[in-house]
Design a protein around this ligand. Structure first.
Ligand SMILES: [Zn+2]
Length: 274
């Protein structure tokens, strides 16, 4: 069987986690958070960074909105331990001395958390997304099993299948990608999985009758392991099934032949087209 050119194998890629939320745990009393509205022009981020650094304030978090508009929102958290300036003075300096800064405020604070009042909603590829935290994930993967018993994994797979069909419409059909663009589709899948924090595709091979790809750290299996659920992927497997059924317009069977929940190094999916 001929192995097509989309084959790629990634070595051990070093991962760096990324804090997305604007809630920053305030473990130290010396942390202060500021929200700025600035003109969207080059050098402003540098100027803000310079001001903090010159006064020995360690920036522990820095987020800004998309720079597609005339102005941008910035959320910055500084640790003032050992700093040569007070939070009140840096507040004044941000307002008075950094050109392009239009507005400065202390960020909202509830209990031990700072949060941004501006950085909302969250988008990926210009489309609104919402995040699923531990409660949502546990409810979906563990709670559903507790409440529905044996039916739960099948229901999860069905939901996944519908999601896969929608994924096809949003990302593939809209780009006129068809089965002849399989290498591109697999690349796109890799991008989506890493962008949404779902896992890292380490290998993708397609031959005439099937596709094999391996995902490192797939969230569903990762959480099964963590929650003590003895199962391999159901929801994500359903998504792949729905997605590739739509791509091939044929019946496909998806099997997870290796799983981190069965002591495998990665989760390996084999997709057969009939
Ligand atoms: Zn797995």
């Amino acid at each position: 069987m001929e192995v097509r050119r989309s084959e790629y194998e990634l070595g051990n890629v070093k991962k760096y986690s990324r804090e997305i939320g604007t809630f920053i745990s305030d473990g130290s009393k010396n942390r202060y958070a500021f929200e700025l509205i600035v003109e969207n022009k080059p050098g402003i981020i540098f100027k803000i960074g310079e001001l903090f650094s010159n006064k020995n304030v360690n920036i522990i978090h820095f987020t800004h909105s998309d720079a597609n508009f005339n102005e941008a929102a910035i959320f910055v958290v500084g640790d003032f331990t050992g700093a040569d300036i007070s939070p009140e003075d840096i507040y004044e300096k941000l307002r008075e001395e950094v050109p392009g800064v239009k507005e400065v405020k202390y960020a909202g604070k509830v209990g031990n958390y700072f949060f941004s009042k501006h950085l909302y909603p969250i988008t990926v590829d210009g489309k609104r997304v919402v995040m699923f935290g531990p409660a949502n994930i546990t409810g979906l993967l563990l709670g559903l099993r507790r409440n529905l018993g044996y039916a739960a994994p099948n229901i999860l797979e069905h939901i996944g299948f519908s999601v896969g069909e929608e994924l096809y419409k949003y990302y593939l059909k809209s780009r006129d990608l068809t089965v002849t663009d399989l290498p591109h589709i697999l690349e796109l899948l890799r991008v989506l999985l890493i962008t949404y924090g779902w896992g890292v595709v380490k290998k993708a091979v397609h031959t005439d009758g099937n596709i094999v790809f391996e995902v490192d750290d797939l969230w569903e299996c990762h959480f099964y392991k963590k929650l003590g659920v003895n199962d391999s992927s159901r929801y994500v497997l359903g998504i792949f099934k729905g997605l590739f059924s739509s791509v091939f317009r044929k019946k496909v069977v998806v099997k997870e032949t290796q799983c981190i929940n069965m002591n495998g190094p990665t989760c390996r999916f084999e997709i057969y087209v009939f």
